[in-house]
Write a protein that binds this ligand. Sequence first.
Ligand code: NAG
Ligand code: NAG
Length: 395
Amino acid sequence: MFYHKVIGVSTFFLFVEGNAASTSVSKVLESIPGVKVIYRTRELEEQQAKSRIWNETWLSSFFYKPCNHELFVKQSLNMEMAIVMARDSGMDWIIHLDTDELLHPGGAREYSLRQLLLDVPRSVDMVVFPNYESSVERDDVKEPFTEVSMFKKNYDHLPKDTYFGMYKESTRGNPNYFLTYGNGKSAARIQDHLRPNGAHRWHNYMKTPNEIKFEEAAVLHYTYAKFSDLTSRRDRCGCKPTKEDVKRCFMLEFDRSAFIIASTGTEEEMLNWYHEHVVWTDKTLNLKLLRKGILTRIYAPMVVIQGLRESGVFSSVIASAPSTLSKDKFLASIERSNSSRAAASKSLPSRKIGRSRESQATARKALEIAATSIHEAAVPPLSPPGMDGDLTIEA
Ligand SMILES: *[C@@H]1O[C@H](CO)[C@@H](O)[C@H](O)[C@H]1NC(C)=O
Ligand SMILES: *[C@@H]1O[C@H](CO)[C@@H](O)[C@H](O)[C@H]1NC(C)=O
């Protein structure tokens, strides 16, 4: 969240449950200016049970199915509520992000997300941030945001011949070019009749929105960046580890394989599997893909976050949160969190560091991490194009 404050986000609606909703963590989260914490209480669930979305068909293929599908519905219902809250707080744009994602306002003046969105023509309703995927070079990453600098670029930001020409080497035997989704996340202008269209897109009940794609800006997705992500994802889902059953639980092929190995393999088998499918240890291959532009280095987020840490921003938020919570206890409870990872974490306001040019800060607000026909189906997490031009969609 502090990283996103630096790039110009003013308001966050955090939908939390599990450990992120524990007293120790939530005290800290609630003490951060611009952050509104929303707990998955019985009241919230009752309110969401009355949502018009349940009466509509666009999301219905995800209803009453476990794990990823259930999460997808929850995210959509949360996005629907966040639209109302964003509107009430006078925000201009809304974005839905998970806790393992950071926006990268590439191409924007001064690395400002605010500037990037200010420059979007008035006629545009929605903007897609194609996602880049973390490509870890070690198996012992503990804090992806400050340790990972190599990313695989999105299909949308590559020449087609490069993408298809290097497809096999980029994919390394995995089911798809990316481990997980490849269809980005999108920002929507707050306006009448806005609705979510699944976790990756927005839509409008009354018109076909005018949507564009950023050519340089991206969402950085830190997926399976820690070895422990294998087991934490497994523990969040009560599926049977069979080829058949995992289809009910996961939309993407890689998540299914990861769940099976994490449920049936020994620690050693898991680590081997992780090396083979996730970790980029072949320096020659990495360099080749870096030269081609398929892999790319992005240091800005780690530098910003490291800078915030060194300035004491994180420790002071933890220290000054109400209650006598110790830093160790707080960090321990974040460490423990396995279900919702909404522990976006630690410390202070500070937007544009150094410059004061943007001090009419109140005028513009972005936020959260978040089809004419009312029936336009929700956009699921989609894999990038495959070699046969097929899109593997199994919702
Ligand atoms: C959903 O449909 C039911 C049955 O038609 C109706 O009673 C209910 O009011 C509708 N709910 C919403 C929120 O539109
Ligand atoms: C993770 O969450 C599950 C279900 O909420 C719980 O049973 C389990 O003990 C938790 N694991 C850890 C390591 O906290």
